[in-house]
Design a protein around this ligand. Structure first.
Ligand SMILES: C[S@@+](CC[C@H](N)C(=O)[O-])C[C@H]1O[C@@H](n2cnc3c(N)ncnc32)[C@H](O)[C@@H]1O
Length: 155
């Protein structure tokens, strides 16, 4: 089963060193990667368009753009959640994973601003996207952490 339109355009939000952008490029997708610090992402492959932008200040840099998938990991700026939901094509997938409340006991991040509340990702997509998978759990790899993750599709 194909979850994302083959050859489609995927946004890697707060891409960091680009581990997901590189994987997505190898999988044949066009990738938009955005981060406020693009120096972290060395030598992006040709399928990746790397954009420097502060996602917490100013305009959403992709206004009017729709993506076949959006990937966001280990980053949370709550005002962006509805923006991501409305930036998906029909059939587009949101794949989001980040730290959740309870992570304080394992270390950083421990600031509540960076920790999802119980069910928060479900709430973020309710009424807009169909949830294909959701988990709220403690993982042991790569290190113990409390996380939430969701895969949800615009019908
Ligand atoms: C923990 S890293 C996660 C990187 C990548 N998503 C991953 O999981 O490998 C968080 C990223 O968010 C970026 N970031 C933090 N605040 C940002 C902002 N206001 N605008 C854009 N990017 C930001 C950082 O530069 C960093 O690359």
């Amino acid at each position: 089963m194909t979850f994302v339109r083959p050859g489609g355009c995927v946004l890697d939000l707060a891409a960091g060193a680009g581990r997901h952008a590189r994987l997505l490029a190898r999988m044949g997708f066009e990738v938009e990667a955005v981060d406020r610090d693009t120096s972290l992402f060395a030598d992006p492959p040709p399928q990746v368009r790397l954009l420097q932008a502060d996602l917490e200040e100013g305009e959403w840099p992709y206004e009017g753009r729709l993506f076949d998938a959006i990937v966001a990991t280990n980053y949370l700026h709550r005002p962006l959640l509805p923006v991501l939901v409305r930036s998906l094509e029909r059939g587009g997938m949101l794949v989001y994973e980040t730290f959740a409340q309870g992570n304080e006991k394992f270390g950083k991040p421990s600031n509540p601003a960076f920790l999802l509340a119980p069910g928060e990702l479900l709430e973020a997509v309710r009424g807009s996207l169909r949830v294909l998978a959701f988990e709220d759990l403690v993982v042991s790899e790569p290190r113990p952490a409390a996380i939430q993750r969701i895969a949800a599709r615009r019908e």
